[in-house]
Design a protein around this ligand. Sequence first.
Ligand code: GDD
Length: 440
Amino acid sequence: MLQVPIRGSANGTGKGTKAVILVGGPSRGTRFRPLSLDVPKPLFDVAGHPIIWHCLTAIAKVPSIQEVCMIGYYDEVVFKDFIKEAASEFPNLPIKYLREYQALGTAGGLYHFRDAILKGRPERIFVLNSDVCCSFPLNEMAKLFDDKDAEAVILGTRVAEDAATNFGCIVSDSHSRRVLHYVEKPESHISNLINCGVYLFSAEAIFPSIKTAIKRRTERPRLLSYPSSENLESSFMADADEDEERKEVIRLEQDILSDMADSKQFFVYETKDFWRQIKTAGSAVPANALYLQKAMQTGSTELAKPSLNLIPPVFIHPSAHVDPTAKLGPNVSVGPRAHIGPGARVKESIVLEDAEIRHDACVLYSIVGWNSRVGAWARVEGTPTPVTSHTTSIVKNGVKVQSITILGKECAVGDEVRVQNCVCLPFKELKRDVANEVIM
Ligand code: GDD
């Protein structure tokens, strides 16, 4: 159980701080299929806990935190159990879910719920994209915020030059750390320092900035299609209703951050620690590895004890059964009631609730879905990608395929069958060898 050290308030110790986690909604996270068909992406387990649990763990370590608001357009019921469990795990951290009536964009939801967020008069507000995996150095960002008397601090990281244009790009003064220029997913290279999707804003500055952007939009309606990585891959055709909805969409990245760069009080905290996006289902595997490695570095007691057959880090849920002759790790998570038989080998993979891996099967760089079964002597495998790579697709025989093999819910792989670089939709039975396919 994690204790929140001191609860801040406007007149207490430290600056009263709130945190917002942007969880999106059911129309997003489509690239997380087939896993998001059965669980909303923010609740998918990596390293033994839902993706947003990792955000909460970091937020709970901010001494002056008053409350966490999860903002999204999923139905309220989706997060009910999670919030209940989180309340017992983080007893001093009030958590609430605020539901947008439609997708309002990364700044639209913040503005819509400004009264709820400003209740208790926080002086600063953290905003976290829920689909990133990192060590969330929130206290370091807060220190920079205080030292610079900032209006905003953004978390940045360096990526390879050819990957940078897939993200928001930051041009900064390396000495003062001031953000000089911000462009969301630019068409050509401007910087390899990118936006990690984690911000700290002064409560006084952020809402007026959004208000100005809304006013500008009303006076000068603009381009309706935004370069989100989601809609870059989807159709550019939008029907009239969608156009109407998008007029209400206000995005932090395009509508606010570029303007903030002119304010002179916008700074970047560059993390040297790990950072990855969790977009495709396959990206849960590197995220799982990074969080497990972090848990190992920090001496987490949740991890399985290393042994001849357990190469750390490995997470095994207490209700799972792993035969002592099975060899696991590194970077493996085994979910509740999963069963791993004698002589099995599992590496760089996530085995979800109630899944079964029968004797002498081999699972590498893969996700084995809820209640799925991998037969005896079967081989389910993906392909390793470089740690620095920010994509989970690879080219095989001239065709772009997923580097991670994914078995959706209740799939069955026959005895001795080999499955390589495949995405398998729920309820499929694989009786013959398959490679580089999406099995529908
Ligand atoms: N509540 C709510 N409402 N959340 C939303 C909405 C919305 O309408 N739209 C997106 N989100 C959430 C998503 O669930 C995700 O957690 C986050 O906001 C960002 O999602 P995208 O809009 O898809 O942006 P992106 O991932 O392509 O790019 C953003 O993140 C990158 C880092 O991962 C940008 O901030 C980039 O600049 C950044 O590099």
